[in-house]
Design a binder for this molecule. Structure first.
Ligand code: DP6
Length: 327
């Protein structure tokens, strides 16, 4: 291990969209998921984070887009920094400064890019020279989906059997497939139950066991459809997996209903356009906003049609992105 010199270190990471979803943990503490998942990093959207360990600090400090953060969000960052410190045998507190280039409350989950960038910057700042798998494991401790924002492009997170083998790796580079994600924002409010609370409820749904029973088949099919650029198979498996996750959410105790009527309208339209021959499909995370996945050649026409739908407030456009990196 290199001895730390306490210079600030900056890293950048992208959020990702899961095609095969992570929902439910086997171990909440270690964030070991119930199932493997598969995603694409979203270039164009990013978190930039600078970490400076400082022997003069009495506690960790965290600012987001220039505003000092306290409460649960600061605690989550401080707990994460505790992991990094334990690896480096350090007891020095840090100043963390983060910026997202997408607005807070735009309905785009930022925990993946946030903890991927933080894992990279903080580990380097303490002189830890982690390889990609180790970084992905570390990021996972902050937010499960952050493990998938470490490697490049199209990424699979193997659930694994323990902390040691639960990490993500790239299955294809960002330039492998010209897929576009049009993120349709229909609501910018904060959700009542976030992902962390939702994962804890997954086991209370009678559908979770069914979802997990055929997970491996969907994962294999999704990986194959990406590698072979087979949009039809991709569309079917991505939509099925998203619907299964939302079926689990809706039937958990208490139930989680993330969709709005506007969500349903977009899903219905996307299906209709695919029936008419446009290579387009949809997936929805733990919120009402819809990720519309389309081949680049059709992105402009689909974006124009989406913009004309009722309730669509904004559309973010993202293409396959690289992994986390120092900057
Ligand atoms: C619906 O990674 O946000 O987006 O580990 O508690 O931070 P925490 O949860 P998070 O869960 C992501 C849930 C999802 C599906 C997915 O991205 O796979």
């Amino acid at each position: 291990m290199k001895s730390p010199d306490f210079r600030p270190v900056s890293a950048v990471a992208h959020p990702n969209i899961a095609f095969i979803k992570y929902w439910g943990n086997r171990d909440e503490q270690l964030r070991l998921p119930c199932n493997s998942s598969l995603s694409m990093n979203l270039s164009g959207l990013e978190t930039r984070t600078t970490v400076r360990f400082d022997p003069d600090l009495q506690e960790d400090a965290f600012s987001l887009s220039g505003s000092q953060i306290s409460g649960p969000a600061l605690n989550r960052v401080a707990q994460f920094l505790d992991h990094v410190r334990s690896f480096a045998n350090s007891d020095i507190y840090a100043q963390v400064e983060s910026e997202n280039n997408f607005p807070a409350g735009a309905g785009i989950a930022s925990s993946a890019s946030a903890f991927a960038a933080l894992a990279m910057a903080a580990s380097h700042a303490l002189g830890l020279n982690l390889n990609e798998a180790q970084l992905s494991r570390l990021a996972r401790r902050g937010s499960g989906s952050a493990s998938r924002s470490i490697p490049d492009g199209f990424v699979e997170w193997q659930a694994g059997s323990s902390d040691a083998d639960s990490y993500a790796r790239s299955i294809a580079p960002a330039n492998h497939w010209d897929l576009v994600d049009l993120i349709c924002v229909v609501d910018t409010g904060h959700k009542k139950v976030g992902s962390t609370g939702g994962h804890a409820l997954a086991a209370s749904s009678p559908i979770q066991a069914l979802r997990l029973a055929h997970l491996q088949e969907r994962l294999d099919l999704c990986r194959k459809s990406i590698l072979e650029k087979d949009f039809d198979s991709f569309a079917q498996v991505v939509e099925e997996d998203s619907h299964l996750m939302h079926a689990v959410m809706r039937t958990s105790h208490p139930p989680l209903r993330y969709w709005l009527p506007e969500t349903e309208v977009i899903l219905w339209q996307v299906n209709e356009w695919r029936r008419q021959g446009i290579p387009v499909c949809s997936t929805v995370d733990a919120g009402p906003n819809v990720h519309v996945l389309v081949l680049d050649a059709y992105a402009a026409i689909v974006e124009a049609r989406l913009a004309a739908l009722p309730g669509v407030q904004k559309i973010f456009k993202a293409s396959p992105g690289p992994g986390a990196r120092l900057c």
